[in-house]
Write a protein that binds this ligand. Structure first.
Ligand SMILES: *[C@@H]1O[C@H](CO)[C@@H](O)[C@H](O)[C@H]1NC(C)=O
Ligand SMILES: *[C@@H]1O[C@H](CO)[C@@H](O)[C@H](O)[C@H]1NC(C)=O
Ligand SMILES: *[C@@H]1O[C@H](CO)[C@@H](O)[C@H](O)[C@H]1NC(C)=O
Ligand SMILES: *[C@@H]1O[C@H](CO)[C@@H](O)[C@H](O)[C@H]1NC(C)=O
Length: 955
C-alpha cells in the first residue's frame, strides 16, 4: 500500500485513530551503587493535543484515563518522527515512496511535543540511608535532547530548556529528592511509581543546535526534534563519579584513570577511597591501583582523582588494514567506607573500554594534514557517514555499514555532526574502523559573523549558545575519548570556530582527556590562532568528473596545484564524483513508474530523491550529460542503469586509485612532513551512505545493496596491494598499503581491443625490471608506458595483474580491468571554469562502442564453501568466447528473487578477457549479524554489458 498524496486533514485523522497499545511503564533494574538503566519506552503526544501542565502529568498514574490518545513507542530513544514510526503512525516504505514525504504536515512539529514514561525503582540494597553518609542517590542523565527540553519528574521540574539545550547537550541532574523507590506500578492514580515528562521544543536548524542534513536530502518533517538519545537513571552512594576518562601513554603504559569525584551530600562530610582496575576486555590480565590515602570531601565538594595503572607490554591496537584490535577495560570504583573491596560500601563505579594506540597529525608548510597511527603515516581513505533521516539507531545495521566500509578497503568514516550513539564507537573499535567525528556545517553550529555561506536568518551565537556548545563538546568528548577508533575531532567543517568557541572546545576536550588531533576545520576557509591551519581541503568536486581529473597534477605536486582543486594531492575532507545510483531492485522500492521513467527520459529534471530543490544537486544534469556523451544515449531504463553502474565504477575507482597512487609517488611520506611536496594524505568520499533512499552520493544504497560505486572502490583499495592505471601519464603504479608486506612482485599489463579481443600489448615488469620489489605504505610508478594505448582505434580493455613472485608461478594478488577510449585519450577538463562543486569537461571521450560489443558466452558454476560457521559460495565464471565479457554483475538473491543484503562479494562487475576464468566468493552478512528476515541466499543472478541474463541456483 502506498500513501496517496493527501493533505493535513487526512493525516490528522490518522493521529486521532492511532490507539496506543499500552502505556510506557517499566521497572528499572537498579539496585546497587553504579547501576544505571535507560528509560526503555515512551508515550508521545503533541502539546497541541495535551493541555495539562507537564508537572502534573509527571505523576505516576495521572494520565491513565487519557493514555490511549498517546502514541506508544517501545524504544528508549526516538525523535518525534522516529517515535511515530515506532508507534506505527507512519511507516517508512510509504514515507520514502516517491514524493510522499513532502506531503507530511510539518506544522504539527512547530509546537513542543511531550514524552512521558512511568517506571519503578526497586528498593536499594544494603546501604540505604536517607540521612547522610552512606545514603543512596539517583542521577538522571541526559545525552542530548533536540532542540531543547524541560524535564519533570514526579511533579518536580528537574531541568529547563535553557540548561537542557542542544542535540548533543548531555547533563546530569541529582533527582534523589524526587524519586520514589520500592514502589510498584498499578492501574490507579495512587501508584507509587515514578513518572517522567520531557517537553521537547521544536527545532529550526538555523536557530537551534540540531542534527541537520544541510543540502544532503529533504529534512525530516520534525527536524529531528525529541529524545533521540537515552535518558538514564543511575544509582550512587554519597559520592559520584563525573568526567571519567582513561588515557594511555601512546602505545605504552601506564594507563591513567581519572575522574572528578563529588560528595552529593548536603550536610555530611565523607571519606573517599578509590581504586582503578584495568584488564583485557574479556576480564583477563587484571591489574589495579588504589589511592594511597582516603580523601575527605565536605558537603557538595568535588575533587580530581588520578590513578596510574601499570600494564606490562600492552597489546597494541591497529586499524584493520594493519593489524589486530586488542581492547582493554578500565574500571574506577569509589567507596565511602574503610574498605574498597566491600561491595556494600561501594558508592559509584564507572567502566570504559580503551586501546593502546596513538594518533598524531602534522600539518605541512603547504597546509596539508598527515595523520599517523602508532608512528606510521596513515593515508585516510574514507566516506562521509550519515545517520538515518529519522536518527533511528540499529546496531546491526550500523555494523553492516562498517563491514561494507572495510570490505571496500576504506579505513575511516567521517561523522559531520552525526555522532550517533555510544555503540557506534564500540563497533568501530572492535572492527578496526577509524572514526573522524566533528561538528556540522551550514547552520547554527557554524553561526559566526564571518561565515559568509550561512543561510538567512541564522542566529549568530549568543552567550547561551556558547554554553550549549560547551556542554555539547564536553559530552561528546567524554563519550568518545578512550576509543582507539577515534582519529581526531573536527571542531569546524566548512568554517572554523571563533576564538571564544575554540577556547571552549579546547578546554572541554582537554578536560575529557582527549588524546587525538583536534582540527580547526575541514576546509581552507580559515582557522583560529590557537589551533592553526587544519590542512584539509574542501574544493569539490561533489558531482561527476572524469577519471583523469584526479591524476591531472604536476609530477612533483607542488603548492601551485591548488588550482587543481580536488585532484589527488593533500587531504580532501569531502569530495567525489557524486554517483551511487541504486540498482533497479532498490529503485523500485522508492520510485514510482513515472519517477523511473524520468531517470532516463528527463535527464535534466529536478528529482525529489536527489538533494533538496535549493541545492546544486537537485538534478542529475552533470552526471547525465557525461553519460549521454561518453556511453551513448540510453535506449531503455535497463540500459541507462547499466551505464550508470559503469560510470560510477569508473569514477569511484579512479578517485581512490589516484589518491593511493599519489601517496608515496609525490615524495616520501614520513612523519617528518615539512617538504613542499604534496602527497595525497587522505580523502573522504562524499558520501558513504544516504539518510534515506537517495539517487546519488552513496557507495551503497539505503537498502544496503552494493553496486557500481561500491565495486569501483573495492577494485581500487579492496586489496592491500594493487596496480593502478594513471589516466594522465598512461603509466602503471604499484600501490602497497600494508605495513609490512614486502617481496618480489610482477606487474603485467595486457591491452586488447574490446570489439574483437585482439591482443594489442602484453608487457610485464619481469622483462623490464628484473627484480621488482614492493615497499610497504607506498605508491610508485612501475611501467611508464604501455605500448598500444595511444594507437587504439576504438575502445580498448586494459588488464593489470599483480603477481606475488614471478610471472610464471606467482599467485595473483590483484587484477584490475579498465575500459579506455580510442587513442587512450582523456576527457578535457576546463580547470579554470571550476566551481565549488564541479570542473566542467570541454571535450568528452567516447566509450559508446561498449554498447555494440559481440555477445560473450559466460558459463557460471557455483560451489559451497564454509568459512567461520557462515556459509559462503564460490562462483566460477568462465568466458568461453574469443571476445571479452564486459562488466558482469553478480547478484545474490533469495528464493523469492529479492536481493540478499547485506552481502560481501570478493569482486563484482568483473570484466573477463577472452577465455578467461575467474572465481569470486560471496557471503550474506545478515545471518551472522542477526538481522531480521535475513537469509543466506538461494541463487545468483548474472548479467553483463554483453552477457545475457542468467540465474544460477545455489543448491
Ligand atoms: C547513615 O548515616 C548516618 C549519618 O551520617 C551515619 O551515622 C550512619 O552510619 C549511616 N548508616 C549506614 C548504614 O551507612
Ligand atoms: C526546520 O528547520 C528549517 C531551517 O533549517 C526551518 O525553515 C523549518 O521551518 C523547520 N521545520 C520545522 C517543522 O520547524
Ligand atoms: C611513556 O612511554 C615512554 C616510552 O614510549 C617512556 O619513555 C615514558 O617514561 C612513559 N611515561 C611514563 C609516565 O611512564
Ligand atoms: C605485520 O604487522 C602486523 C601489525 O603490526 C603484525 O601483527 C604482523 O606480525 C606483522 N608481520 C610481519 C611479517 O612482520
Amino acid at each position: 500500500m502506498r500513501l496517496p498524496a493527501r493533505g493535513a486533514t487526512a493525516l490528522v485523522s490518522i493521529f486521532a485513530t492511532a490507539q496506543a497499545a499500552s502505556r510506557a511503564v517499566a521497572t528499572l533494574p537498579i539496585t546497587d551503587a553504579g547501576d544505571a538503566a535507560a528509560i526503555p519506552a515512551w508515550d508521545v503526544q503533541s502539546t497541541a493535543k495535551i493541555t495539562q501542565d507537564p508537572a502534573a502529568l509527571s505523576k505516576a498514574g495521572f494520565v491513565l484515563t487519557t493514555s490511549t490518545s498517546w502514541h506508544h513507542a517501545s524504544v528508549s530513544r526516538c525523535t518525534v518522527m522516529g517515535c511515530l514510526l515506532a508507534a506505527g503512525v507512519y511507516n517508512d516504505s510509504d514515507l520514502f515512496y516517491s514524493e510522499n514525504l513532502a506531503t507530511i504536515d510539518k506544522t504539527q512539529f512547530k509546537v513542543p511535543w511531550l514524552y512521558r514514561s512511568e517506571f519503578t525503582l526497586p528498593a536499594p540494597h544494603s546501604n540505604t540511608n536517607t540521612t547522610g553518609a552512606g545514603s543512596t542517590h539517583y542521577l538522571l542523565e541526559t545525552n542530548g535532547i533536540t532542540s531543547r527540553a524541560d524535564i519533570y519528574l514526579n511533579g518536580h521540574q528537574v531541568a529547563d530548556k535553557v540548561t537542557q539545550s542542544g542535540a548533543y547537550g548531555g547533563h546530569v541532574y541529582d533527582v534523589t529528592a524526587a524519586v520514589i523507590t520500592g514502589g510498584s506500578l498499578s492501574n490507579n492514580s495512587n501508584s507509587s511509581g515514578n513518572a517522567i515528562v520531557v517537553r521537547a521544543y521544536p527545532t529550526n536548524y538555523l536557530q537551534d543546535f540540531g542534527v541537520g542534513f544541510v543540502d544532503w536530502n529533504p529534512y525530516p518533517p520534525d527536524n529531528g526534534t525529541g529524545v533521540w538519545r537515552d535518558i538514564t537513571v543511575r544509582q550512587t552512594g554519597s559520592v559520584a563519579i563525573e568526567a571519567f576518562r582513561v588515557t594511555t601513554n601512546g602505545t605504552a603504559g601506564p594507563v591513567t584513570v581519572q575522574a572528578t569525584v563529588r560528595n552529593l551530600e548536603k550536610a555530611a562530610t565523607v571519606s573517599v577511597l578509590a581504586e582503578a582496575v584495568v584488564s583485557r576486555d574479556d576480564g583477563s590480565a587484571t591489574v589495579s591501583s588504589t589511592l594511597p590515602t582516603t580523601i575527605q570531601l565536605a558537603p557538595g565538594q568535588a575533587t580530581q582523582v588520578s590513578l596510574a595503572v601499570n600494564v606490562a607490554s600492552p597489546a597494541v591496537w591497529w586499524p584493520r588494514q594493519w593489524g589486530e584490535q586488542p581492547l582493554y577495560r578500565a574500571q574506577l570504583k569509589v567507596s565511602t567506607s574503610s574498605s574498597i573491596t566491600s561491595a556494600s560500601s561501594l558508592s559509584d563505579t564507572a567502566t570504559r573500554s580503551f586501546g593502546f594506540r596513538q594518533v598524531t597529525a602534522t600539518v605541512s608548510a603547504a597546509d596539508d594534514i598527515l595523520f599517523s597511527i602508532n608512528g606510521r603515516p596513515f593515508q585516510v581513505l574514507g566516506g562521509g557517514y550519515t545517520s538515518d533521516m529519522f536518527l533511528r539507531w540499529d546496531a546491526a545495521r550500523f555494523e553492516a555499514h562498517a563491514l561494507y566500509t572495510l570490505d571496500m578497503g576504506l579505513n575511516t568514516i567521517r561523522l559531520e555532526g552525526k555522532m550517533e550513539q555510544p555503540e557506534l564507537y564500540a563497533i568501530a573499535d572492535r572492527l578496526g574502523l577509524m572514526v573522524l567525528p566533528g561538528w556540522e556545517c551550514c547552520d547554527k553550529w557554524e553561526a559566526w559573523s564571518y561565515n559568509d555561506d550561512l543561510p538567512a536568518p541564522t542566529a549568530i551565537w549568543s552567550d547561551a549558545d556558547y554554553a550549549t556548545a560547551n556542554a555539547s563538546m564536553r559530552h561528546e568528548a567524554a563519550m568518545q575519548q578512550s576509543h582507539p577508533s577515534i582519529l581526531g575531532f573536527l571542531v569546524g567543517s566548512d568554517y572554523w570556530p571563533d576564538d571564544r568557541a575554540t577556547a571552549i572546545y579546547q578546554d572541554a576536550l582537554a578536560a575529557a582527556g582527549w588524546q587525538a588531533p583536534v582540527v580547526a576545520s575541514a576546509a581552507k576557509t580559515g582557522y583560529s590562532k590557537a589551533l592553526g591551519p587544519g590542512g584539509m581541503k574542501m574544493p569539490g568536486p561533489y558531482d561527476w568528473v572524469p577519471p583523469n581529473y584526479w591524476y591531472d597534477i604536476t609530477d612533483a605536486a607542488s603548492v601551485t596545484d591548488d588550482a587543481r582543486y580536488g585532484a589527488a594531492f593533500g587531504f580532501g575532507s569531502e569530495q567525489g564524483a557524486g554517483g551511487g545510483t541504486p540498482t533497479l531492485s532498490s529503485l523500485q522500492r522508492f520510485l514510482s513508474v513515472t519517477d523511473l521513467e524520468d531517470l532516463w527520459k528527463a535527464p535534466n529534471k529536478g528529482l525529489y530523491h536527489m538533494s533538496t530543490a535549493a541545492s546544486s544537486f537537485h538534478n542529475r544534469s552533470i552526471f547525465n550529460t557525461a553519460l549521454w556523451q561518453r556511453y551513448g544515449a540510453p535506449t531503455s531504463l535497463d540500459d541507462y542503469l547499466l551505464k550508470t553502474q559503469m560510470a560510477d565504477y569508473e569514477a569511484t575507482r579512479a578517485m581512490f586509485e589516484g589518491f593511493t597512487a599519489n601517496w608515496g609517488k609525490q615524495g616520501a611520506v614520513s612523519t617528518d612532513f615539512s617538504s613542499t611536496a604534496r602527497p595525497a594524505t587522505g580523502v573522504v568520499y562524499w558520501m558513504l551512505n544516504g539518510a534515506w533512499p537517495a539517487l546519488h552520493w552513496a557507495l551503497f544504497d539505503y537498502y544496503l545493496h552494493p553496486a557500481g560505486a561500491y565495486y569501483g572502490v573495492q577494485a581500487a583499495v579492496g586489496r592491500s596491494e594493487n596496480v593502478v592505471y594513471d589516466y594522465v601519464r598512461r603509466s602503471v603504479v604499484l600501490v602497497n598499503r600494508s605495513l609490512n608486506q614486502t617481496g618480489v612482485r610482477t606487474v603485467r599489463a595486457e591491452l586488447i581491443s574490446a570489439a574483437d579481443g585482439k591482443v594489442l600489448a602484453n608487457v610485464t615488469t619481469d622483462t623490464k625490471e628484473k627484480t621488482l620489489t614492493t615497499t610497504p605504505n607506498s605508491g610508485r610508478t612501475v611501467l611508464s608506458s604501455i605500448p598500444g594505448i595511444t594507437t587504439l582505434t576504438d575502445v580498448g580493455l586494459l588488464r593489470l595483474t599483480l603477481l606475488d613472485g614471478n610471472v610464471y608461478s606467482g599467485k595473483v594478488i590483484s587484477r584490475n580491468v579498465y575500459w579506455l577510449p580510442a587513442g587512450g585519450h582523456v576527457d578535457t577538463l576546463n580547470w579554470d571554469a571550476s566551481s565549488w562543486y564541479d570542473t566542467p569537461v570541454s571535450t568528452y571521450t567516447s566509450l559508446k562502442s561498449l554498447s555494440t560489443l559481440p555477445v560473450a558466452n559466460v558459463s557460471v558454476a557455483v560451489s559451497q564453501k564454509e568459512v567461520n560457521n557462515s556459509t559462503s559460495w564460490e562462483v566460477h565464471l568462465e568466458n568461453n568466447s574469443p571476445t571479452p565479457a564486459v562488466f558482469i554483475s553478480l547478484n545474490l538473491v533469495d528464493s523469492a528473487s529479492h536481493d540478499v543484503v547485506p552481502v560481501v562479494w570478493s569482486d563484482n562487475y568483473v570484466t573477463l578477457f577472452p577465455h578467461e576464468a575467474l572465481t569470486v566468493t560471496v557471503r550474506a552478512l545478515g545471518p551472522a549479524l542477526g538481522m531480521a528476515g535475513s537469509t543466506e541466499g538461494a541463487a545468483v543472478q548474472v548479467i553483463g554489458r554483453n552477457v545475457a541474463k542468467a540465474t544460477v541456483n545455489l543448491k
